[in-house]
Design a protein around this ligand. Structure first.
Ligand SMILES: Nc1ncnc2c1ncn2[C@@H]1O[C@H](COP(=O)(O)OP(=O)(O)O)[C@@H](O)[C@H]1O
Ligand SMILES: [Mg+2]
Length: 410
């Protein structure tokens, strides 16, 4: 017989109300009661799942798709409107900031309070108390009320409490969203350990890397419903494909609803800008793809002594590259009254990110712009995550000493 599931959720539904000011929205959808008009919507609809003991389930999906609400229903913090939840064993949960701790109590008091709520003997909590404080690195602050903690400190204490109180089932909501990189890594290592000990974990995360590393199965939620539930690689793959397609459509729309480009000084202007990738026109690239930026210009007559200029700027303002044409070569060069100037990058070295291009044409002699289009069009770069961080690959290589011949010991 198959082992009994550690967590079983059957056709779970959870409804919320959004209150409106009177006479503000569509009357048909509104019900009027004492507190005014409200609209009801299902934040979780018909979710069924079962998590086998000792396995890890990941939950992914866009913001507002119902992940936290589902987790709160499993934790027993929110009552479901329909369906049922069954958890076998001791459950501990690290949910969103704001749930779990009493703000007026100190960190120390909250540790004991949480343990008591889980039904753990005081003796046991005393034994793990030092470990909890050490892991959270809150020694100096542990006697302050938790309402004075920063969100990072709050999360560190929450995570530390949740993992040290000997849970059979551990629920974790977006721990990786706050806290520094080093602490996130320690959290992941800790989750790994609990997994190795055979604990059952449900893990909500935006970090697809962590989901891939840790989860056996994944639930993908959208609008409160399950879009996919199954083995990690399959569901994450479908999710990534969906997100990419969605983004491609959005970028495409932005490219197609392009504003009319303003005419420039002295009748010299840019009429069109396009990106070309390996398969033609696109706004989506992978690191290493051939990249071409085409600038169509127009001038009242032959164009002499012009400088074309491109800058590639990441969403956060970091400039990846600014590059003008060569003034020496362009000084006396006569270009036709209209034409296309292209900037080619044979293998795009940029790492993951959303980038925009700034494109301009200037008069070399006076150094004055004919036209300058600031951060006008976006393109997206995807990278296979091999742990590199930063703006671009630099052609880097590691060299290692020659391998030792391994001596086999009997
Ligand atoms: N207490 C609440 N009252 C009303 N609406 C809520 C409440 N909590 C969450 N919601 C709404 O339910 C939807 C799902 O939210 P949530 O579960 O937090 O999504 P996720 O964690 O996937 O971002 C969102 O539209 C959110 O605004
Ligand atoms: Mg959430």
């Amino acid at each position: 017989m198959a082992p009994r599931a550690a967590v079983e959720v059957r056709t779970l539904r959870k409804r919320f109300r959004i209150y409106h000011q009177r006479n503000q929205t569509l009357k048909q959808t509104l019900v009027k009661r004492g507190r005014g008009a409200y609209e009801e919507f299902w934040a979780v609809r018909d979710i069924s799942l079962s998590v086998e003991p000792g396995t890890t389930l990941g939950i992914i999906g866009a913001n507002g798709s119902g992940k936290s609400t589902l987790l709160k229903c499993i934790a027993g913090i929110l009552p479901p409107d329909q369906g049922s939840v069954r958890v076998r064993g001791r459950l501990s949960a690290l949910l969103e900031i704001g749930s779990g701790f009493h703000p007026e109590y100190s960190g120390r008091e909250n540790i004991f309070l949480n343990g008591a709520l889980l039904g753990l003997p005081r003796r046991y909590i005393q034994q793990v108390y030092d470990d909890i404080v050490a892991f959270s690195e809150l020694e100096r602050f542990i006697d302050n009320p938790v309402k004075t903690y920063s969100s990072g400190q709050y999360m560190r204490l929450g995570f530390s409490v949740a993992v040290h109180l000997d849970p059979d089932v551990l629920l974790i909501d977006e721990v990786l969203a706050v806290g520094d990189q080093a602490f996130q890594q320690r959290c992941l290592d800790r989750i790994d350990q609990l997994k190795a000990q055979g604990r059952t974990i449900i893990f909500v995360s935006h970090g697809l890397g962590a989901v891939r590393d840790l989860c056996d199965t994944v639930l993908w939620m959208d609008g409160g419903a399950a879009l996919a539930l199954g083995p990690t690689e399959r569901v994450v793959g479908e999710y990534v494909a969906f997100v990419n397609a969605h983004e491609a459509a959005r970028l495409d729309q932005e490219m197609n609803s392009r504003p009319v480009l303003p005419g420039g000084r002295a009748g010299v202007g840019i009429t069109d800008i396009t990106f070309l990738g390996p398969g033609g026109r696109t706004a989506l690239f992978d690191t290493g793809d051939p990249f071409e930026l085409r600038i169509a210009y127009t001038a009242p007559g032959p164009l002499v002594g012009a400088r074309f200029y491109v800058s590639i700027v990441r969403e956060d303002g970091v400039v990846a590259l600014t590059v003008p044409t060569d003034d020496e070569a362009m000084k006396d060069r006569v270009l036709p009254p209209s034409g296309v100037v292209a900037l080619r990058i044979p293998a795009l070295p940029l790492l993951e990110g959303l980038f925009r291009v700034t494109v301009g044409i200037a008069e070399i002699e006076t150094n004055e712009w004919y036209t300058l289009l600031d951060r006008i069009y976006p393109f997206r770069v995807h990278s296979a995550d091999r742990g590199e961080r930063g703006v671009a690959l630099l052609g880097q290589r590691w060299t290692l000493p020659a391998p030792e011949r391994r001596t086999l010991t009997a």
